[in-house]
Design a protein around this ligand. Sequence first.
Ligand SMILES: [Zn+2]
Length: 182
Amino acid sequence: MLLLPAAADAQAGRTPQRNGTAAKAGHVRARRAAMEKLASRDPARLATTLAERYWGTVPCGGQVSVQADQPLAAGMDATTDGWVTFESSLGPNNLQAPASSYTQCAISLARWQWPTQAEQAGDWNMFCLTVVHEMGHLLGHQHSLTPGSVMAPVFTDEASVPPICREARLPVEASAGLTGGR
Ligand SMILES: [Zn+2]
């Protein structure tokens, strides 16, 4: 996966807030507080939770380790920002094998791209999208050329960022101390 253009990312930050009823606002506040709590512990943990919610299921029998701050392995393209490793019925890391045969699943997130939790939070939409994308691979989803798909091989479209990631952006930034008004 490659990065979104910086301009597209900046534009997403200006998305206007929607107004809701008082009840809805309370619900949103509670969710936001819960997300801040999770994010303050570990943005990768929150992204994993949101990715599971996005897909509505958990790959590899729920045994997925998510490792941030990983060095690229030898032979990897220098632009790789996330990847999966697993055993399958067709051998290690074979995406042609049925996902039901995947075991020892791991999602790795590149150190060069997101070396610290602050950088994970600061680049949240892309970070979250990457975790959703990689979890998609562990569920057997191949790359898709459909515009806006989370399984696009290269992200050039802000529309690929799932709403579930966008909604968490402000709480994540707040928990990382990246926004004012505390
Ligand atoms: Zn991919």
